[in-house]
Design a protein around this ligand. Structure first.
Ligand code: 2HG
Ligand code: ZN
Length: 460
């Protein structure tokens, strides 16, 4: 029997696609965390902005919570619907709205995948430079909601840098045009920036105007094997000083073992505890400089071995060693930490945290990797086959509390780029002061007075 509230919504919007089949509720109610059992009321797939406004007004009238939903590739539970919410999927709103050659902007609907955005920019001879492994499934609206980062932040910054304007349906159903593509707009609070990273708690992003830029010069990709964690920061300082970096990513031998088991090809022989994939601008002069830089690293004892990709295919194979890690670990349902520090704070922090994790997780496989050039580490802890999921998560949460305290002492953040969602909610106070959180709650109250937008995410 159809829910009376849904019947009323269907009445208001006869053309709205509304799904209630169990398989659909399951599919749209979860994200890549797979920790919560999906239990949405229904899934709405609007095809135009006016429908989104009507849904938000309906939700206010009936006190139904909404979970804005993109590609659901998130790792913090930000798009989970497990408490009778209506999933508001932007999946069908995935059209390119226009390109402006003078402004060098692309206007898109929020449901467009990052990959499709890349293609649309390239068709105009430009690039949208934010990039990461989930590009084929994640949506630009989700990227905006979490201020997504990825593998090119070291050169181009986070999503925040590339959003020239947003069209948003606020929590009361009102339509907001934020910043309208302006480069300069010194006219008070920048509500566009407030929306970016707000995890669907202030408004539903329905359209975005994205800034594009020139494609980077030809680049080269190098894989390096390193003997120690200390060497990692030395090699980073060396490479950053000599080369124009586009990416600088690291992973451990444990991560490598998993991607190799998952079908990637080994590129360096022997056992090495740490690896770096780096990409840098490479005209002819830079090639020589890259080799000289590599040699210097070897002479200092910071680099044990290395490979410089000789073709596009080899470059892709080297990248796969880094980009394939999340997928190769997925079968273990890892517990994930996504933390960030100032680069200058990393060496001291890394020592402390290596001790901490070694002590607290003596029997768990702990996989380290990430965007070390941005001060962003991903720590994935794998559940032993003989341990229950509940016990495993409880132990990981205990350690995350210790990790959060350590981060706080070093001035870091409990979420670098994945968001707070449900997963990191308990630790928000390690990164934001009570005063900040209280202001954030106040802002939320203004945009969404009835608290229908993604309640429970970010904070209660
Ligand atoms: C990456 O950098 C993503 O590959 C995923 O942010 C990180 O799986 C993770 O922990
Ligand atoms: Zn990442």
């Amino acid at each position: 029997m159809i829910d009376a509230r849904l019947a009323e919504l269907a009445d208001r919007l006869p053309n709205l696609r509304l799904l209630t089949a169990p398989a659909d509720l399951e599919h749209y109610g979860r994200d890549w965390t797979r920790r919560w059992t999906p239990a949405p009321l229904a899934v709405a797939l609007p095809s135009e902005v006016a429908e989104v406004q009507t849904i938000v007004r309906w939700a206010n009238a009936h006190s139904v919570s909404l979970v804005p939903s993109g590609g659901r590739t998130g790792l913090s539970g930000g798009a989970v619907a497990a408490r009778g919410e209506l999933v508001l999927s932007l999946e069908r709103m995935n059209r390119l709205l226009g390109f402006d050659a003078v402004d060098r902007t692309l206007s898109v609907q929020a449901g467009m995948t990052l990959h499709a955005v890349h293609d649309a920019a390239r068709e105009q001879g430009l690039i949208y430079p934010v990039d990461f492994a989930a590009r084929g499934s994640c949506s630009i609206g989700g990227n905006i909601a979490t201020n997504a980062g990825g593998i090119r932040v070291i050169r181009y910054g986070n999503t925040r840098e590339w959003i020239a304007g947003l069209t948003v349906v606020a929590g009361n159903g009102e339509l907001l045009q934020l910043n309208r593509g302006l480069i300069k707009n010194s006219s008070g609070y920048d509500l566009r920036q407030l929306m970016i990273g707000s995890e669907g708690t202030l408004g539903v992003v329905v359209e975005a105007t994205l800034r594009l830029t020139d494609p980077p010069p030809p680049s080269q990709v190098m894989l390096l094997a390193l003997p120690s964690m200390d060497a990692l920061m030395d090699v980073f300082a060396l490479f950053r000083a000599q080369l124009h970096l586009q990416a600088f990513e690291f992973f451990t031998d444990t991560a490598l073992r998993h991607v190799l088991e998952h079908g990637a090809r080994r590129a360096i022989d022997g056992e090495h505890p740490y690896y770096v994939v780096t990409e840098f601008d490479a005209d002819e002069a830079a090639q020589e400089l890259a080799l000289a830089t590599f040699e210097q690293g070897v002479e200092h004892g910071w680099i044990s071995d290395g490979v410089l990709a000789q073709s596009e295919a080899q470059a892709m194979a080297l990248w796969r060693l880094r980009e394939g890690i999340t997928e190769s670990l997925a079968p273990y349902k890892p517990y994930k930490n996504d933390i960030s520090l100032r680069i200058s704070a990393l060496p001291a922090f890394l020592h402390e945290i290596q001790d901490l994790l070694g002590r607290e997780y003596p029997h768990f496989d702990v996989v380290w990797f990430g965007h070390i050039g941005d001060g962003n580490l991903h720590i994935n802890v794998l559940r032993p086959a003989d341990m229950s999921e509940g016990d495993f998560i409880a132990q990981c949460e205990h350690v995350t509390r210790l990790l959060a305290d350590t981060l706080q002492r070093h001035g870091g953040s409990i979420s670098a780029e994945h968001g707070i969602g449900l997963v990191k909610r308990a630790y928000l106070g390690s990164t934001r002061s009570d005063a900040e959180i209280s202001l954030m709650r106040g802002v939320r109250q203004v945009f969404d007075p009835k608290r229908i937008l993604n309640p429970g995410k970010l904070f209660d």
